[in-house]
Design a protein around this ligand. Structure first.
Ligand code: ADP
Length: 441
């Protein structure tokens, strides 16, 4: 029986392994994490992440061939294929601070794999930021190998949060990168056989290691660029009287451009886009390509500009001050159908309004009060460390209240900011709400 172990029970590791277990009943899959509360949640009725369809998949396989455990070393030692999906935060100090990926957690996972292994292993890089990680990890493993063979693969994840299960069931492509040596090719085939249980082989693309890693960075950079492009156009639309939804519809009907990822918004968020862009910029700079670095840097700058512009519009529409005014914040997650708040534009918008002394009443259908308060008091980049290393629960901010109903958030508010496109916000009775706001004003 093939045994798979995944280190890191997060947004990537959890759903991906659950789907592998579902589609490959003869493979035993263990998902391990140092964070006991996270593992306990995976073993409970309330999974630690919200993802449509995930509950059903986990319920079907858990205890059959899918296991969640904190016994990291035991499961790593027993497995044939080890996926590594641990945190890869942006460095906050030293060389590459504010841009480069911090590989501390990856490195310690690699050293642990080398320590506990007694049999040959395929080690698969599946973290959120691929930056020649595979090469670095290969070096650590081969230096500490004690006669054991480790073969490194890069298998970047392309799932989108909110549609993770759908994406995993029916991926556009699966990318597997490996060395062009006989061992590398053998390992690629072994991993391809796992995915071939449900993915048509023509959609499983095999490349060299760095091509696989760079493809992930490039794909996210292109997606983020589309959002920044349409957001830049939205600024021009607002200045000139064009309607950005009409413009983006007109652009998107051109089959060479296509309609996806063209909704103007308050900006992109999520754990990957900014991080991957920053890494792309850093890699370009390190390779003596400042023009290319600046090109991609601009995508982030437009995103920051969009968030600032949003706050400025809110404040200027209320006689240039929101001091003491109640503002309803509808939606805090970085997009609909997820409870994930990592790098959500809501954080910057809320901080901007709080800076102007607004009182915020926040409602999101999937984000907890603790998370919102924590996000609003956390330093940039702190979110991407394992939970036990993050700052302790912050003291409550008196300017922020978190409520459990949209109408409650809106009650007596001077303004409403819709920051996540949750479907339920489309169904609110805005006539009633506006009337109440105007009467209260
Ligand atoms: P992603 O979005 O890439 O899945 P997450 O931050 O959600 O990232 O998950 C990463 C997980 O990896 C965290 O739950 C963290 O506790 C875990 N982790 C980090 N380092 C280790 C390690 N050395 N051993 C086991 N788990 C680890």
């Amino acid at each position: 029986m093939v045994k798979i172990c995944c280190i890191g029970a997060g947004y990537v590791g959890g759903p991906t392994m659950a789907v592998i277990a579902l589609k490959c009943p003869e493979i035993q899959v263990a998902v391990v994490d140092i964070a006991a509360p996270r593992i306990n949640a995976w073993n409970s009725e309330h999974l630690p992440i919200y993802e449509p369809g995930l509950d059903e998949v986990v319920k079907e396989c858990r205890g059959r061939n899918l296991f969640f455990s904190t016994d990291v070393e035991k499961h790593v030692a027993e497995s044939d294929i080890v996926f590594v999906s641990v945190n890869t935060p942006t460095k906050t100090q030293g060389l590459g601070a504010g841009k480069a990926a911090d590989l501390t957690y990856w490195e310690s996972a690699a050293r642990m794999i080398a320590d506990v292994s007694k049999s040959d292993k395929i080690v698969v890089e599946k973290s959120t930021v691929p930056v020649k990680t595979a090469e670095a990890i290969e070096r650590i493993l081969t230096h500490n190998r004690k006669g054991i063979n480790f073969t490194i693969l890069s298998n970047p994840e392309f799932l989108a949060e909110g549609t993770a299960i759908k994406d995993l069931f029916n991926p556009d492509r699966v990318l597997i990168g490996g060395r062009e040596t006989p061992e590398g090719q053998k390992a690629i085939h072994a991993l391809r056989d796992v995915y071939a249980h449900w993915v048509p082989v023509e959609r499983i693309l095999c490349t060299n290691l760095w091509s696989a890693e760079l493809s992930k960075l490039a794909a996210n950079a292109f997606l983020a660029q589309r959002i920044s492009s349409v957001n830049a156009i939205s600024a021009l639309c607002e200045a000139t009287g064009a309607d950005v939804t009409q413009v983006s519809h007109a652009i998107g009907t051109d089959s060479r451009i296509g309609p996806k990822f063209l909704n103007a918004s308050v900006g992109f968020g999520g754990s990957c886009f900014q991080k991957d862009l920053l890494n792309l910029v850093y890699i370009c700079e390190c390779n003596g390509l400042p023009e290319v670095a600046n090109y991609w840097k601009q995508v982030i700058k437009v995103n920051d500009y969009q968030k600032t512009r949003f706050v400025n519009r809110v404040v200027s529409s209320m006689f240039n001050t929101v001091s003491g005014k109640k503002i309803a914040i509808l939606g805090f997650a970085f997009k609909k159908d997820t409870g994930d708040t990592r790098e959500t534009p809501a954080i910057d918008v809320c901080k901007g309004l709080l800076g102007d002394k607004a009182k915020l009443s926040v409602f999101d259908p999937q984000v907890t009060e603790d998370q919102i308060i924590r996000d609003l008091s956390m330093k940039k980049f702190d979110w991407d460390h394992p939970a036990h290393l993050q700052p302790l629960s912050p003291t409550n901010n008196k300017q922020v209240t978190v409520v459990w109903d949209a109408y409650e958030a809106i009650k007596d508010a001077h303004g409403i900011c819709i920051l996540t496109e949750w479907d339920e916000f489309k169904k609110l009775d805005y006539k009633k709400v506006c009337y109440a706001i105007i009467r209260g004003a």
